[in-house]
Design a protein around this ligand. Structure first.
Ligand SMILES: Cc1ncc(COP(=O)(O)O)c(C=O)c1O
Length: 403
């Protein structure tokens, strides 16, 4: 269908939405409606100015010099480690390891821990419709080491089926891999309830890529052993992330890479020293800790639960929109701002392309999870009800112009 045949759609805001004005990219582009936050979020002023301050006051290589700026860089990194440890409720900042993002962190769990600790016949609980960054590292290691993957299922609403999960635990289960918020379903899984059904000896590996900006996590209290997340999905920069590790597994991990800073690597070193080879991405690290502060500072104003309710209420009412997961109006409080759908008679790529012509950015495809081809809307704190209405009205228009 030619785009020019669609009627014009007005994108209008009533006043300036208060959180949006903290994001320069959105202020500069008032005609853009950004709904691909599950892929990457925009960066707020608070994060930009923290990095500006660090980089503008003398960049040096942390841990590689004894002059003042090198010491300052080291202090910056250690302070960020401790801010992040507090943010995720982990006692002791030594368990915060900087990585390039969730994918690297999840691979590190498999290669630095699983490869050395797991034995042939050991069992791993895994959901095969989770993101490939979670599933593939274990599928590959399992082939090599004769580990057994025991797949568990989601309910039709996209939440983890706890009784199915529990039923798959055996004496040989060593690890349970869980995604806090699945990137296509958006259901907020209850990590405490999951920990409660696992025997103590089973280690809990959580992919928090989608959850970290939405739901507070308390690693120690919730009994989480590994927690992975990416800066670019939580208002920080790309190319930085963390793997946070509980005390009980820290001694059983081995370096994955070797390089600068590791010649004197000793068994008693803190875990981050064993896992962070080479020069650190200090600007990225500063952005990550500033993003943690930003998330905490804006929690009280966070409009996401009412935006999510509004989004689902509209979409559930339209018979031409088919949701990938079945949701009931009474359960909408369990959802973060992710909604995946197809529009009757349209290919998902075609819908995304038409929306793009109108300045509405969404994701289309199988979302690195092998699920059905669909369009994904993912909200963040700067989105508004007005934007959701504009999207919804445009989808109606697209459908009617085609029919
Ligand atoms: C749930 C989930 N896990 C892992 C990833 C991979 O994150 P990254 O590409 O930042 O490593 C993503 C990215 O979309 C995700 O949504």
């Amino acid at each position: 269908m030619p785009i020019s045949s669609l009627p014009a759609t007005n994108i209008s805001y009533i006043g300036t939405p208060p959180l949006k004005e903290r994001f320069p990219a959105l202020v500069k582009n008032p005609d853009v409606i950004y709904f691909d936050n599950g892929a990457t979020t925009q960066v707020p002023n608070a994060v930009l100015s923290a990095v500006h301050e660090y980089a503008g006051s003398g960049a040096a290589n942390p841990g590689r010099g004894s002059y003042d700026w090198a010491d300052d860089a080291n202090e910056y990194v250690q302070e960020c480690r401790s801010i992040i440890a507090n943010f995720i409720g982990l006692s002791g900042e030594n368990g915060v390891v900087f990585t390039s993002g969730t994918t690297m962190s999840l691979n590190m769990v498999a290669q630095s821990w699983g490869r050395h600790v797991l034995m042939p016949g050991d069992e791993i609980l895994l959901c095969l419709s989770d993101h490939h960054s979670m599933t593939l590292p274990w599928e590959e290691l399992a082939k090599e080491k004769q580990l057994v993957i025991r797949p568990y299922h989601l309910h039709a609403n996209g939440s983890i089926n706890l009784s199915d999960l529990q039923g798959r635990v055996t004496d040989k289960t060593k690890l349970c891999c869980v995604t806090h918020i699945n990137n296509t379903a958006g259901w907020i899984n209850n990590l405490t309830a999951i920990r409660d059904i696992l025997p103590e000896h089973v280690f809990l590996n959580v992919d928090a890529a989608q959850g970290i900006s939405h739901v507070p996590i308390q690693m120690d209290r919730q009994g989480i052993d590994f927690l992975s997340f990416s800066g670019h999905k939580m208002f920080a920069f790309g190319g930085i992330g963390a793997l946070c590790i509980s005390k009980r597994v820290q001694d059983n991990m081995r370096p994955l890479f070797y390089g600068g800073g590791m010649a004197e690597y000793a068994k008693s070193d803190p875990i981050y020293k064993k896992l962070e080879a080479g020069t650190l991405n200090v600007a990225g690290i500063v952005s990550l800790s500033a993003a943690c502060k930003f998330i905490e500072d804006t929690r009280a104003q966070n409009p996401l639960s009412s935006l999510t309710r509004h989004l689902y209420t509209l979409f559930l009412s339209n018979p031409r929109i088919d949701l990938l997961y079945e949701q009931k109006p009474y359960a909408l409080d369990h959802l973060s701002g992710i909604l995946s759908f197809t529009l009757e008679g349209f290919d998902s790529g075609e819908v995304a392309d038409i929306l793009n012509e109108y300045g509405i950015f969404v994701r289309a495809g199988r979302h690195c999870a092998g699920v059905k081809d669909s369009v994904r809307i993912s909200l963040q704190i700067y989105n508004t009800e007005d934007e959701i209405n504009t999207l919804y009205n445009l989808l109606e228009t697209i459908y009617e112009s085609h029919a």
